[in-house]
Design a protein around this ligand. Structure first.
Ligand SMILES: Nc1ncnc2c1ncn2[C@@H]1O[C@H](COP(=O)(O)OP(=O)(O)OP(=O)(O)O)[C@@H](O)[C@H]1O
Ligand SMILES: [Mg+2]
Length: 349
């Protein structure tokens, strides 16, 4: 089908408050599919997204949708095959690793596994001091001050006692606080928190989210929060981007995404959120059924069409829907919304 309208991808532009600007980004892995055959797998495909300064943008979606790949790409831990990546207005798409050191200081990651991300043979103090040594920050007393400040920030006190202990003596929640302290000790502007609470026990999860929110409030950190859990995304994020098979299929505020999901895929994800109140355990919308397609053999048209309960027929099977704005900056890539239109680009964030 011939596309005449321009979508979000074409119209989006950054405002002065955009810290990370992703434009038509494509990340490809090469997968061996035979003895002598390699096939490209597009884990991130034509993604455009602005991550505003001092806010949290959440990336949600099923396993394999490309969330981690996109997060790592924004940290330049993966090299794009197409598109551009701007950080604080500077194009870093092709900047060499040796020239990325100043960027690395400003952009950090909180890992999923607090057990794997901290060296068990180092004291907590040494673990948190390490990034300062790598980036050659301060003398030993300045570094001590910064490490203690980071420990105080993540509420691991008293810092001298915690600092001299080893990871094995800490709980999972405390270890995750250590990895957060490690990621904030350089006072970064941007943090990718990839499933940062999924391995922490349920009782500590909200504490960690509130801690991240508080750090954002104090230090103005911009977060890309990657999660399967829309409930915590709703609590932490200013914007939620829903990913499916390497593409953003819907983008909106938590209220828009949770209370008025437009894309049938998002509607399924929302319907699948466990409802604690038995009186409310009635969903008008069915959950997403079936499995995602093989990423090496994607369907034509809308990538969601084989699983979609609201499929319109040939349009959905032939034409790739583009991300377009419906109203109030709520964007969706779905043929059910033919009247969606590209909005005033200056209003899209
Ligand atoms: N190193 C790799 N080599 C080849 N393919 C990869 C590699 N890493 C990821 N993939 C593939 O890229 C796609 C996106 O993976 P990715 O890990 O980004 O998804 P995700 O949304 O983070 O999933 P999850 O929720 O399970 O963490 C998947 O099809 C995955 O199998
Ligand atoms: Mg992942």
């Amino acid at each position: 089908m011939h596309e005449t309208k321009k979508g979000y991808n074409e119209t989006v532009s950054s405002s002065s408050s955009t810290l990370v600007q992703i434009k038509k980004l494509q990340i490809q892995y090469t997968v061996r599919t035979g003895l002598f055959r390699k096939t490209p797998l597009y884990a991130v495909n034509d993604v455009t997204l602005n991550i505003p300064q001092g806010e949290t943008t959440a990336l949600v979606g099923e396993s394999g949708s490309g969330k981690t790949t996109l997060g790592k790409a924004t940290l330049r831990l993966l090299d794009p095959v197409a598109g551009t990546l701007l950080f604080d207005g500077k194009d870093i798409t092709k900047t060499s690793q040796s020239k990325l050191k100043p960027f690395r200081r400003r952009a950090q990651e909180i890992f999923q596994d607090p057990y794997a991300s901290i060296n068990p043979s180092m004291t907590i103090f040494q673990s948190i001091e390490e990034p300062l040594l790598i980036h050659d920050v301060g003398d030993s007393s300045e570094r001590r001050r910064l490490v203690y400040e980071a420990l105080n920030d993540v509420r691991l006190t008293p810092p001298d006692l915690i600092g001299s202990s080893y990871p094995h003596s800490l709980s999972g929640g405390q270890r995750q606080r250590v990895s957060i302290a490690r990621s904030i000790v350089l006072r970064p502007d941007y943090i990718v928190a990839d499933e940062a609470i999924s391995m922490v026990d349920a009782s500590s999860r909200m504490e960690i989210i509130n801690l991240l929110k508080n750090l954002q409030h104090i230090h103005g950190i911009t977060f890309l929060y990657i999660t399967h859990d829309i409930a915590t995304a709703q609590h932490f994020a200013d914007k939620i981007a829903v990913m499916y098979m390497g593409k953003i299929v819907e983008l909106g505020t938590p209220k828009q995404i949770v209370q008025n999901p437009l894309h049938p895929y998002t509607q399924g994800l929302i319907a699948a959120i466990p409802e604690p109140d038995p009186n409310n355990r009635f969903h008008e919308r069915p959950v997403v059924t079936g499995d995602p397609p093989d990423p090496l053999s994607l369907p034509n048209g809308c990538l969601f069409n084989p699983r979609c309960l609201k499929k319109l027929g040939p349009t959905c099977e032939m034409a790739i829907p583009i991300l377009e704005v419906t109203e109030n900056n709520h964007a969706v890539a779905c043929h059910l919304y033919p009247n969606a239109s590209p909005n005033d680009p200056n209003h899209i964030t």
